[in-house]
Structures are given as C-alpha cells and as structure tokens.
Design a protein around this ligand. Structure first.
Ligand SMILES: [Zn+2]
Length: 131
C-alpha cells in the first residue's frame, strides 16, 4: 500500500505523506475524528480493507469484505462540519465518486467514538437519502 510520497492526499490534504499516510502507513493515531474520517476516505480510494476494518468500531464493523475494487472512482472529499464533545464526535462530509462513468455524491454524517485514545467510526446517517 505504498504510494509516491509527494502526491497530493486523496482526502484533499496537501501532501499524502504528511496527511493520511501518517495514519494509514505509519500507524500514528489520528488525534481527531476528522483526521480519522479523512484517512478512512483515503483508505477507500486505496481499497485498503485492513485499515478500514481496524478503524471501524467492533460493534458495527461489517463481516463482509468492504472497499473492493468495484470500479468506483473517488473524486474528492469535502468536510463540512466536525463537532467533537469529549469522546464522541460527528463529521459531516460530502464525497464525490464515479461509477461506470456516472457521477454520484455521498453526503453523510458519521458518528465516531474514542476509546482508550483511539477514534473509531461507528455509523452514519444520510441527510439527503430521500432526495
Ligand atoms: Zn489526507
């Protein structure tokens, strides 16, 4: 899972090496839920299932495989809101992607929890699902 270090980070950060690579490749712990969320987005772009599972809370982690290379092309991430309160946090974001040439957007409010200093993704809600 190594990539050229000076590339822009898929999550929108300036340089991959000093952005999400710290967490994905060097096992540093994200200090905030937003950093974790960004690194999980980047992991999706890399189809990095081990990272996604290790940052997914055990209570909601899927058993099936995730993030397979199903032709989804991730185009960009926009973090809209990050609200942290103690060991809980929510991050609202819009991720854009393409499947089979068609553009889509995922608007999600993700819930995170911190346990023993580590942030985990718990679940998310989709404010525009009924659109
Ligand atoms: Zn990043």
């Amino acid at each position: 899972m190594t990539q050229p270090k000076s590339i822009p980070c898929p999550c929108g950060g300036k340089i991959y090496d000093t952005c999400c690579a710290r967490f994905i490749e060097r096992n540093q712990l994200p200090g905030t839920a937003e950093e974790l969320m960004r690194s999980r987005y980047t992991a999706y772009t890399q189809h990095n299932e081990p990272y996604l599972k290790s940052t997914w809370h055990a209570s909601t982690r899927p058993h099936d495989s995730i993030a397979q290379d199903d032709g989804t092309k991730w185009l960009g991430l926009e973090v809209r809101k990050h609200i942290a309160a103690g060991d809980k946090a929510t991050v609202e974001f819009v991720a854009r992607y393409k499947v089979a040439g068609r553009a889509h957007r995922l608007h999600e409010i993700s819930n995170f929890v911190r346990e023993e200093g580590r942030w985990f993704y718990v679940d998310g809600s989709f404010p525009e699902k009924n659109k």
